[in-house]
Design a protein around this ligand. Structure first.
Ligand code: PFF
Length: 450
């Protein structure tokens, strides 16, 4: 089966792969981004649209990415190129997305790490000052940069160790810890008086505020949260053993990702409502509302806050290593670079982007691209544009340029396992998803101009 001359690294075990793929999917997207998008987009209606996209688009795209990666035994660019040189650009967009997401993601990862430390230094002492101190912190020119660098160094250490040694081990230990912590916080939140209003907000849909933008935000979030549309799951799939059931793995990883996002919502919204706070507070939601809520709980609040930000930092780390790996794998596979050298060069470039992003929230706020600062630019460019285009290209590639029977062989492991929904999956990928992404993108752009 192995066609390549160089022996590639492989995942050490099935559970290791699942944990690493789920570790990639579960991150700031679930705990920082999902709740604030839900709050900004009116709650349950957004949730419903998001879930429909996850089920009908996300799972199929993930199966397709795993299949392309494992079949070609190559990371994003190489996987496309192994079919035709004309497709190299699709992989390149993925690698570029990895650089741009890593141009702001470690900044937020750094905030999260900083809040672990801040919990010890009196963050919760004065609830009224938490909002202001967050604003002052992220607009500063030194502290957020130092924390971003610390976060980046963790990434470098893990990714430099390679697949089974670093990323896999980190995911296997840290993911279950994260899950346990969230359950604990959700339990505390749900037992607050008035918690039911938060659940109502999350689960009782009101479609009156839904626009084309809501759909685009939900689609972007589905791709971002599931780590799709930029070759990350192609890359992880390329290290995957030929005996694995790709469809089952995709369903499992998606289930865990959605589970954690819902859990994050359930941990936050009942508390937000119980304390009469603002659900549409935007990107500061986690960093302002959670400590404020916790500060009202006395000593236990300090411990919960600490646990929460450790969990958030951990989740961010297992995702950012996967983002870095996409770029690193490109330089190893396509440029013959040695792993360590690839990691150092890639992380240096990402650090420069992060410095720009972080400063764009403060001293460099006057420097804008298309009307927004670097931080928002990298975020919007990847989430709303690159990932959707990446997902669309992947589906066109798989549906129209790969051989259907070869795909069937890949997804049934040469006919040794069942994939009863193959035809449904194939038609979704070939026809439905490309059309759906195009419609959502057009509707989203049209509603911006209104
Ligand atoms: N899925 C990650 C999150 O939700 O935080 C972010 C991410 C990781 C996006 C890897 C894309 C990716 F390839």
């Amino acid at each position: 089966m192995e066609k390549t001359a160089v022996k590639r690294e492989n995942w050490g075990s099935r559970i290791g792969f699942i944990m690493a793929a789920a570790g990639s999917a579960v991150g700031l997207g679930n705990i920082w981004r999902f709740p604030y998008l839900l709050g900004e987009n009116g709650g349950a209606a957004f949730l419903l649209i998001y879930l429909v996209f996850v089920v009908f688009i996300g799972i199929s795209v993930m199966i397709a990415e795993f299949a392309v990666g494992r079949k070609s035994n190559r990371a994003a660019v190489g996987a496309y190129k192994s079919k035709s040189r004309n497709w190299t650009f699709a992989g390149a967009i993925g690698v570029l997305s990895a650089f741009f997401i890593m141009g702001f993601y470690p900044v937020v990862g750094g905030w999260s790490a900083a809040y672990v430390a801040k919990t010890f230094t009196g963050l919760l002492a004065d609830p009224a000052a938490i909002g202001d101190s967050f604003g002052a912190f992220i607009t500063g020119s030194t502290q957020p940069l130092v924390w971003m660098l610390i976060f980046m160094v963790f990434n470098v250490v893990i990714v430099a160790k390679g697949i089974a040694g670093g990323i896999e081990k980190a995911g296997k230990i840290l993911m279950p810890v994260l899950f346990g912590l969230l359950v604990l916080i959700a339990f505390r939140s749900l037992t607050l008086p008035g918690a039911a209003a938060g659940l109502g907000y999350m689960f009782r849909p009101d479609f009156s505020a839904v626009t084309g933008q809501t759909y685009l935000a939900a689609l972007g979030q589905a791709f971002f949260s599931l780590s799709l549309g930029m070759g990350c799951m192609i890359t992880y799939g390329s290290y995957l053993n030929k005996k694995e059931n790709l469809a089952n793995n995709a369903v499992l990883v998606t289930g865990m990702d959605v589970g954690v996002a819902l859990l994050a919502g359930i941990a936050m919204f009942p508390a937000i409502f119980a304390f009469g706070m603002e659900p549409a507070a935007g990107p500061g939601l986690v960093f302002v509302v959670i400590p404020t809520v916790f500060s009202a709980m006395g000593g236990i609040g300090t411990i919960l806050s600490l646990i929460f930000f450790v969990a958030l930092t951990v989740a961010a780390l297992t995702s950012s290593v996967s983002l870095m790996e996409v770029a690193v794998a490109y330089f190893i596979d396509e440029r013959g670079m040695e792993r360590k050298k690839a990691v150092y060069s890639v992380s240096a470039a990402m650090t420069v982007l992060c410095v720009l992003s972080s400063l764009s929230l403060g001293s460099m706020s006057g420097v804008t691209l298309f009307g927004v600062g670097f931080f928002d630019f990298f975020d919007i460019l990847t989430d709303k544009i690159f990932l959707a285009i990446g997902g669309l290209l992947l589906c066109v590639f798989v549906g129209w340029f790969l051989d259907k029977e070869e795909l069937r062989q890949e997804l049934t492991n040469g006919g040794t396992i069942q994939f009863g929904l193959f035809e449904a999956w194939y038609n979704l990928v070939k026809f439905v998803i490309p059309v759906a992404i195009t419609i959502v993108a057009i509707a989203g752009i049209a509603s911006i101009e209104q």
